[in-house]
Design a protein around this ligand. Sequence first.
Ligand code: FE2
Length: 202
Amino acid sequence: MATELPPLPFDYGDLEPFMSSQTLHLHHDKHHSTYVVNYNNLVRGTELDDRSLEDVIKAVAGDASKVGVFNNAAQVWNHTFFWSCLKRGGGGRPTGALLAKIEADFGSFDKFAESLKNAALTQFGSGWAWLVLEDGRLSVTKTANADTPLARGQTPLFTVDVWEHAYYVDYQNRRGDFVTAVLNNLANWEFVAEQLARATGG
Ligand code: FE2
């Protein structure tokens, strides 16, 4: 079904100085918006038109003849998810069940943070770094370009967009500084905890 560009779950200036209003206007109003327009143009009038975005992503993943649909659908979903992972006054350490699960599966929060940063830095070119749940266990993964854990049977819990358009205005080539700023100042751990609780029936 046609999808719409959801508004950001915060104001454009809310994430200053860690993510500028200029970056958010470009990233949301231009990049994310373009994926929505492209997706709707590609599925209009096809058998995919009446299916949800998540269904379409899973249905066309790996289908070489539908790579355009996959790329745009996944980028719409990934970006909407990314915005939910951010908030003003976020970052630092989570609490409660999320922190306990991270400590159980990674050894410590610092080891998780290091792993996520490493995934972000070693993603060659455009892509995403993720915290996912798979078979009851947390892990960090990375995906290239539009690819998404949704298409791999994993449950995404948190992500950082590491396409250059996510950080170049504010951090130029310093991807690591951007990821550190997200972890220290913007990560919406309450949202992540909700995703974990939903996935584990908690
Ligand atoms: Fe992006």
